[in-house]
Design a protein around this ligand. Structure first.
Ligand code: ADP
Ligand code: MG
Length: 159
């Protein structure tokens, strides 16, 4: 399956899909470890990108609060064996800033990038394995998962 859409009636449903993706990462740890994994999160302000990230990061073992990286641009989590780097590039003035931030160090073995507003980092962020799009559906949401690489496809197949 390369692309699929789910209807999410509330925040709990959104968190459940995020946890399911994190469970897939755990199940595919060996296959994903070496290359790392890059996930783009698309959707308007308030769609649920940070909420999704919270469910994903907590399911991989983070016990505390997940802070929106709106002002810091990136929040990193060391969750053995993973390092999760959660970006929000909404306030990025110039994609070149990512170069100065040492963007290359954020991808690699055992690293996961979750990027909100990846469009703002075009040309500097790694190419995505999975693109997740969250859309408003009245007061609820729909979510679309699209795989762009073989490992992205294998991961979505576990959901
Ligand atoms: P973003 O990071 O995309 O700007 P946030 O995750 O910060 O958005 O905020 C999303 C808001 O929408 C939260 O207040 C959350 O409670 C709400 N929300 C999330 N999922 C749903 C849903 N499926 N239905 C209704 N509201 C939702
Ligand atoms: Mg956000």
């Amino acid at each position: 399956m390369h692309k699929h859409t789910l209807f999410l009636k509330d925040e709990a449903a959104l968190l459940n899909t995020a946890r399911a993706l994190a469970d897939g990462v755990k199940a595919h740890e060996n296959a994903l470890a070496e290359s790392g994994l890059t996930i783009y999160l698309l959707g308007e302000l308030g769609a649920g990108k940070t909420t999704f990230s919270r469910g994903f990061i907590q399911q991989l073992g983070h016990q505390g609060h997940v802070k929106s990286p709106t002002y810091t641009l990136v929040e990193s989590y060391e969750l053995e064996p993973w390092q999760i780097n959660h970006f929000d590039l909404y306030r990025l003035a110039d994609p070149e800033e990512l170069e100065f931030m040492g963007i290359r160090d954020y991808l690699g073995t055992h690293r996961i990038i979750l990027a909100e507003w990846p469009q703002r980092g075009e040309g500097y962020l790694p190419q995505p394995d999975i693109i997740i799009t969250i859309d408003y559906a009245d007061t609820a949401r729909s979510i679309t998962f699209e795989a762009l690489t073989k490992r992205g496809r294998e991961l979505l197949d576990t959901m």
